[in-house]
Structure formats: C-alpha cells, structure tokens
Design a protein around this ligand. Structure first.
Ligand SMILES: Nc1ncnc2c1ncn2[C@@H]1O[C@H](COP(=O)(O)OP(=O)(O)OP(=O)(O)O)[C@@H](O)[C@H]1O
Length: 906
C-alpha cells in the first residue's frame, strides 16, 4: 500500500479548487424478464424523453406525480454502453485527473443493478487504461481493492480468509478500511481476473428463477496515482491520487421482504439499515441545510461519505423494473433518485505527496541547496577574509592614529619648549646647534624613537654637543694615545712653530691653571684647527699654510703692526704663579679675568676684542662708515690660508717663505689683488705664495685708507669668500665674517677630540659650551681652546711624560684603568640610578643618543667630574642645578652658576 498525504491546498494553489456539482442521476428501465412476461405483467413506465420518465397508467389527477426527470433516462432498449457513455463515463474518468468519483447502482432486487454495474465497471476500466495508454508522458499506478458490506460487516473480497475489516478515521482521507487488500495492477487483464474473483466472493443467493441475487453491498475501488504533466515546477508537485468506486448496492426492498424472522430478519435489518441511512443522508444532503448528516450510522454511508456530498463526483444509476407488479418499488427508487439529484458534491483534484515523491522532492531540494551553498561558499569565504582584513586595517588605523597623536603631542611639546628656550636663554648654544646637521638628525631620531630615555631631548633644553660625541670612541683611547704620540712629531712638522706668542688679542676664559712639567718645556701652540684631523688624512688634502701676521715670527716688532697694538686688550688679568714660568701660559691667564667680566656683563653677545686704542679710533674717523661686519673685519690680524698642496711641497714653501712672512693688513690689499686671487687657481702653489708675499709687501708700504673698506666690500661681492674656501683657510683670525660653519665645526670637532685626549672634566666642557652662541665669532673660543688643549696634551699626555710618571701621570689615571673603572661605574649607575633619574642626567648632560652605551657615558662623566663614584649622584645633581642656574633668566642665579663652575674649574 502506498501511503499518501492529501494536500488539497496544493491543488487549490494550482487552480484546482473544489468544484461544486450535483450528483448525476440516471434511470435505467430494464426490459421485462421472462418471469414477468410469463405473468403477463405489463410495463407501466414510459420514457417520454431522454431524461423524463412517466408512469403510463396513471390517473389524470396523479399524472404529475408519476413523471420524473433526471439527468438521463434509459428505456428498455438502451444497452449498458449507452448508459455509460451518457454521463457515467465523464464521472468515472475523473479519476485519471485526480478527482474522486463514485458510480452507484440503486434499485430493487433484479432491477438490473449488477447487470448495469458490471458493464459500467468494464467500460470505465477500459477507458481508464486507454487514457493511460494515451498519456505515456505520465506515470500511472492503478490499484484495485474490493469489499462488501454484509450484515454491517466489511469484508475483503480479495482476501477471503480475512475477517471483518475495521473502519478507521483518517484526518486526510476520511474513513478508511483497515487492512483492505489493494492490488497494484500492471495490466488490464489482471483486473478482469480480480473482478471475477470479487463476483465469486460476493454474498449472493439463488432466486426462484435460478438467478443470483446480491445480498450485500459491493464496492469495487480503483485507485489511480499519477504524476501531473501540467505542473512545470516538479519540485513542488505531488501525485494525483483519486479513486473511483463502483458501488453495487443490495436490493432496496430487501428489508421488507425479510420481515419473517431469524437470519433473514437480521440480514434484512442490516441491509435496510444501510439503505435507510443512505436514504436519510441523501435526503438531508438534498435539502442543502447545514444539519447533521448521519454518515456514521451505517458502514455503507461511512465508507462512501466522500461520495455523498463530499470530495467526489457522483453518479447514481437507478434501475427499475417496468413491471406493473413492481410499481411501488419503482416509485420508491424514483423518489430516491429524485432526492439524490438534489445533492451537491465538492469534488477537487487530489494532489498528494507520497512518501516516495516526498523523498525524491527532498532530495531535489537538498541538491538545489547544496548547489546554492557551493556557489555561495566562495563568496562567503571571500567575505570572511575581507572582514578579517577590515578588522586588521581598523586596528592598524587605530595604532597609527595613536602614534600620530603621540608624535603630534611630542612635537607640540618640543615646539613649545623650544619657543620658551629661545625666549629665555641668552646663550646661543641651541641656535648654533640647530644649524648643524647632526643636531637635526638627533631631533628627527628623537621624534621617531619610542625609547623613553631618548624622550628628554624633546624639551630642547639639553646642552647638547654638536659634532662628534665627546665620549665617542673613548674605549679606543688607550690605543689611540700611543698612536697620537707616534704622530706627534709629524703633526708638529705640519704646524707652524711660534717661538714668541703674543696672544694679547686672544682671551681664554676657560683656561685652567694647568700644571707644567718644567720651565724649559717648549710650548708649541697649534693654531691649525684642523691639526688633529689632518693626522689621519692624506697629505695631499691636509697641507696647511698658516700665516700669522700678528706675531713676531718673522722678527718684526709690534710697532710694525699698529693695528695689532690697537686691538690688544688691556692686561688686567691676574697672573698665575705657576704660569709665570711660561710666558705663553702667563699671557693666556692674564686675559682670563677680563674675558669673564665681559661675559658676565653681556653673556648674549660677548665682544671679540676690546678696541680702545687711539689708532683705531682715528682710522675709524678717517674711513667711510662701513657696515658693522666690515668694521669688525678691521680687527682681523691673522690670515690663515690653507691649500690643497702636497705636503712636501707645502712644507718647502713654508720654509722658503717663512723668512719673508710679514704682517699683512687688509688696508694693504687692493681690489685687484683680491679679485686676482679669487680668479686664480687655488691649487697653484705659486699663486698662493705670491698672493701672501704681495700682501705682506703692500702692508709695509701702503697706509690704511678707505680703499681697504672698498676692498672688503668688493671682495665679498666678487667671491672672496669663495676664493678663500678654495684654499680652505680659516681666514682672518678673529674675523668671524671670513669663517664658515664648516670650519667652525671642524674646530669644534678638534676641540672635542682634545678634550677626550686630555680627559677634560665634563664641567669644563659644559661651561665652555655655554660660551658658544652659534655664531662664527665663536671660532676665537675654539681657537684658544685648541691652543690650550694642545699644550696640555703635549705636556701631560705625551709619551715621555707617561713613561716618566707612570699610570698616575695624568690627573685621573691611566686610560686602561679608566676603561675598567668605566665598566664598574656603568654597573653602579644602573644600580644607583633609576631609569627616570638616568634620563634626567642624559638630558642635563647632553649625552649622545647615538651611543649604545648611554649609561656608560653617564658613568664616565660622573666619574671624570667627581673622581669619586660614591658621590657621583650628588655631584651630578649639583652640576645639573648649576647648569640650570646658568640657563636661568635671573641674573643672580646666572652669576652664581658661573662663579661656582669657575671655582670648580680653578
Ligand atoms: N437491461 C437488461 N437487459 C437485459 N437483461 C437484464 C437487464 N437488466 C437485468 N437483466 C437481467 O435480469 C436479471 C437480474 O438482474 P440483476 O441480477 O442484474 O438484478 P439485480 O438488481 O442485481 O438483483 P440483485 O439485487 O438480487 O442482485 C439478470 O438475469 C439480468 O441478466
């Protein structure tokens, strides 16, 4: 048995709504049989039309009562095929379209019901199979079942051994017969065989005329399942399942004839019950009232409930006997037929979903969803990847935004702090530093770094060293010291030895009371700021020609250089007792005090020289008023030239021309001389020498006139500086206008190297840098510092001195010992100072961020400053405070800081 699920709603969705129609009722009058003819019985019924029948012998007053009209009326001469074709066939074939149908035969015994239904069933089955044969595109499944209701018991005609079958109520199908045999037909012949079985199994009896009389209600059911062809969407389609019932009722008169007693009585009662219930149901349905219909009062009406006013098309063939003797029975049949034709049914297409179709449909749906899923999967994966990427980008944006805000904040703090510094600081240290590339690199690097220890540079207040790291490479200092000593003699040859130095025009505020090794120790003043660097460079690039016109190296007296005398500051400084052993040191120290005094008064712009001599005043009056920078150039007394000459050649020139060196003053140089020199090839040795000699000669001959000023003005505009750059000269010593930042950097670099070589304390270094304004005039400080440091280095760090005094010859200790102590102090610094404190010290002492050993630098400075690591912390704090005082805008603090540091230096 194929389980089905009725889905009427699906049929409705496809336009197969229930169609209401009345039961088709036809009347068939059989001919008089032999028995009736023998009794001379006559036929009283006349078919006056195709759908009207009338009782012929009716009295006039009752004529209207004996005329009946139905869907079709078949007379005695009509055969079964006509009955089938005219009305019954259409109803029966509804089954192939999914519509239930029922064909009833109702009439008295021997009226021809079985005779008619046998033919009708045969024709219907034939037509059904013909329909199936014509519709090869559809799949049909035909099933057959047969039952009889005898004494209100349902019996399976295809299973003779089965007992009475129970009726079950199905919510979709209605009443179903439990365990009813249902044969699937593969061919038509199989159905013929089953029909014979059913006929044989049906409960019948022999009549007096040896005829078989049916004593039960027989229901032959043919179920047709098919797939609809008119539903394009097979995914939503089901199966058309419908049944056609061929119902051959028992004789309607059976109850009255079985009134005798016993079994007949009980049999008749049951037959009558079903028929009476059928009559009642028909009568009630015909009235069309919404009153209770007693379907459940009999097995017959219960099983055929759908066929009686329900989901089925119904046709009733009422058979009557024309014999006058059967007129009342015929009238009852016609009355039943008259009621039945009033009954309406609501047949619809039964589109059901079988389990097989359901599985198939679900499989198709699953395959469709899998295809969709496969088609969607790549997009889904791509979407997920993009979502992940979007999340990553959002995080990166947040991080970048955070970094940007942080940098902006830092830059703002830096700018704000730098602005305050520019306003508050009178010193030009930062201005000078900002002009160096190294300082710019430090700033950029500091801005980009995340190291908190580097962050302190952002405040812009740190007195930072420009140029090489003061402590850089000090680890190699030990080995370098030896190299320095080896190169010392070579270095001395490249420098002009000045036997009698007259440094009155040069002040050195930082010159400490340096100890000397002895009175007879030769003092060699290195005025070449590039001296140290030249030791490691090729001779071709490092030859230096220095012409000091203000000194008596050529035997000329001061009187030969009135300008020199005019620029000499008053000798107001105190004379150190120790330096009195050396005139050079004494002269340096003599100029110390006035220099300090001047700085204290005008720290922002310390004057280079005090010009007070009357000669100069007179010259000023005589000359045309010149720009300030030209006025300052008048103070130049030293011209230093440097050329790229081969070393040997240069030395030869030096020695040869040293005898002819003479004072040259700017007033002695004509415009033609300068222009000629600028246009000449600076590498031409003869031109350089000739230029120097020529200027010296003119210095002796020509007085100072205003032509000098014109010379300088025109020299500047015509490329004098360019020519000077060609020979890489320092220019007029003390003449800031002739200096270049490059030369100043070189002086600075040499100074730092000498600091390292002499282990100069940090305090001194810091104090020295406080003098620096970032102007070219700072060159004079570096020049003096270089002289002093060269003297110290040659005096205390020479090979002979170290050998003579051992490792304790220096003020500190041997370099190797310093190295060991440096490591120890580095550990102690990390142990003693917190990270925050270290950062503060870095900031205050301008420790280079390039170094990987900032803590080592700090330890070094602490050690060299205090000479006692146990007090390094206190000393560092004190120095930091004093430096802060010097940077303060308050004169009292500034003076105190200067004074204290000065006392420390001394
Ligand atoms: N239209 C007809 N033409 C010729 N013979 C007929 C016709 N109708 C019925 N007969 C004959 O009448 C007899 C009785 O018919 P049938 O058995 O079909 O009556 P029935 O109504 O089925 O009786 P029951 O209810 O007792 O079974 C049969 O022998 C049948 O051949």
């Amino acid at each position: 048995m194929v389980k089905t699920r009725h889905t009427p709603s699906m049929a409705q969705e496809h336009g197969n709504a229930a169609q209401e129609e009345r039961i088709f009722v036809s009347i068939r009058v059989r001919p008089l049989n032999e028995k009736e003819k023998a009794r001379h019985d006559v036929s009283d019924w006349e078919c006056i039309s195709g759908n009207t029948i009338r009782f012929k012998n009716a009295e006039p007053r009752s004529l209207s009562m004996d005329t009946y009209t139905f869907g079709k009326v078949f007379g005695e001469k009509c055969n079964t095929k006509q009955v089938y074709e005219q009305g019954i066939k259409e109803v029966a074939l509804s089954v192939v379209r999914g519509v239930n149908s029922s064909i009833f035969a109702y009439g008295q015994t021997s009226s021809g019901k079985t005779h008619t239904m046998a033919g009708i069933t045969e024709y219907a089955i034939r037509d059904i199979y013909e329909y199936i044969e014509k519709h090869k595109d559809r799949e049909f499944v035909v099933k057959f079942s047969a039952m009889e209701i005898y004494n209100e018991a349902v019996r399976d005609l295809l299973n003779s051994g089965a007992t009475s079958l129970r009726l079950l109520d199905d919510p979709e199908k209605g009443t179903v017969v439990e365990k009813l045999t249902e044969e699937t037909l593969t061919e038509r012949r199989q159905l013929q065989h089953l029909l014979q079985i059913c006929s044989a199994e049906r409960t019948t009896e022999e009549t007096a005329m040896n005829e078989t009389s049916s004593r039960s209600h027989q229901i032959l059911r043919l179920t047709v399942e098919s797939n609809p062809s008119d539903y394009v969407d097979t995914a939503r389609s089901g199966a058309l399942v419908a049944s056609v019932n061929f119902v051959d009722l028992a004789g309607s008169e059976r109850a009255s004839q079985a009134l005798s007693a016993g079994t007949r009585f009980r049999e008749g009662s049951h037959i009558n019950r079903s028929l009476l219930t059928l009559g009642t149901v028909i009568r009630k349905l015909s009235k069309g009232r919404n009153e209770h219909v007693p379907y459940r009062d009999s097995k017959l009406t219960r099983i055929l409930q759908n066929s009686l006013g329900g989901n089925a098309r119904t046709a009733i063939i009422c058979t009557i006997s024309p014999a006058r003797s059967q007129v009342e029975q015929s009238r009852n049949t016609l009355l039943f037929a008259s009621c039945a034709k009033q009954v309406t049914t609501n047949a619809r297409v039964n589109l059901v979903m079988t389990d097989k179709l359901l599985v198939k449909q679900l499989q198709k749906e699953l395959a469709r969803m899998e295809n969709e899923l496969r088609s969607l999967t790549p997009n889904t994966m791509l979407l997920k990847e993009r979502e992940v990427r979007i999340e990553q980008l959002e995080k990166e944006i947040e991080e970048l935004t955070r970094q940007r805000n942080l940098f902006q904040s830092r830059v703002e703090n830096f700018v704000q702090s730098a602005g305050k510094d520019r306003l508050s600081e009178s010193s030009g240290v930062n201005n000078f530093l900002s002009r160096t590339d190294s300082a710019s690199e430090n700033l950029e690097r500091t801005t980009a770094t995340e190291n908190s220890e580097d962050y302190f540079l952002l405040d812009g207040t740190s007195p930072t060293f420009a140029g090489p790291d003061p402590c850089h490479g000090w680890e190699a200092m030990a080995s370098k010291a030896e190299t320095d000593n080896n190169c010392k003699e070579h270095h001395r040859l490249q420098s002009i030895e000045i036997k009698e130095v007259q440094p009155e025009n040069i002040t050195d505020a930082n010159t400490p009371p340096t100890p000397v090794s002895g009175e007879n120790t030769p003092v060699k003043q290195v005025v070449n700021s590039h001296a140290l660097q030249s030791r490691t460079e090729s001779p071709q690039n490092t030859n230096n020609l220095i012409v000091d016109l203000s000194k008596k190296s050529n035997g000329s007296s001061e009187s030969e250089s009135p300008i020199f005398n005019a620029m000499s500051p008053p000798q107001t400084g105190k004379v150190d007792q120790e330096t009195s052993k050396h005139p050079q040191i004494s002269n340096l120290e003599q100029n110390e005090s006035p220099r300090f005094n001047k700085l204290d008064q005008e720290p922002a712009s310390p004057p280079l020289f005090d010009v007070k001599e009357p000669q100069l005043e007179e010259l000023k009056k005589e000359s045309i008023t010149l720009p300030a920078e030209v006025e300052r150039e008048k103070s130049c007394s030293l011209v230093c030239f440097e050329d790229k000459l081969p070393e040997s050649k240069l030395f030869a020139i030096k020695r040869e021309s040293s005898k002819n060196y003479s004072t040259i003053h700017k007033r002695d140089v004509s415009v033609e001389d300068v222009e000629s020199f600028c246009d000449s090839d600076a590498e031409d040795t003869a031109s350089v020498l000739n230029f120097v000699v020529r200027m010296n000669e003119r210095a002796k001959q020509k007085p100072l006139t205003k032509d000098m000023d014109d010379i300088m003005v025109r020299a500047r505009t015509s490329g004098f500086n360019k020519g000077m750059n060609k020979v890489k000269g320092v220019g007029f010593q003390g003449n800031a206008g002739a200096l270049t930042p490059y030369n100043l950097e070189r002086q600075q670099r040499d100074t730092i190297e000498l600091w390292d070589a002499c282990n100069v304390p940090l305090v001194h270094r810091s104090y020295f840098f406080l003098l620096i304004k970032g102007e070219l005039s700072d060159s004079v400080y570096f020049d003096v510092e270089l002289r002093r440091l060269s003297f110290l280095r040659d005096t205390f760090f020479s090979e002979t001195n170290i050998a003579a005094h051992g490792t304790d010859a220096t003020p500190n200790s041997s370099l190797m010992s310093l190295n060991r102590e440096r490591k120890m102090l580095s550990k102690q610094v990390h142990k003693k100072f917190s990270r925050k404190e270290r950062v503060e010290l870095y900031k205050k002492w301008g420790i280079d961020l390039k170094s990987k050993h900032r803590s080592v630098q700090l330890a070094w400075r602490l050690w060299t400053d205090t000479k006692d690591s146990n007090h390094a912390r206190e000393s560092a704090a004190l120095v930091a405070k004093l430096v802060g005082f010097i940077h303060s805008s308050e004169p009292q603090k500034k003076s105190f800081g200067f004074g204290f540091l000065s006392s420390r230096l001394n």
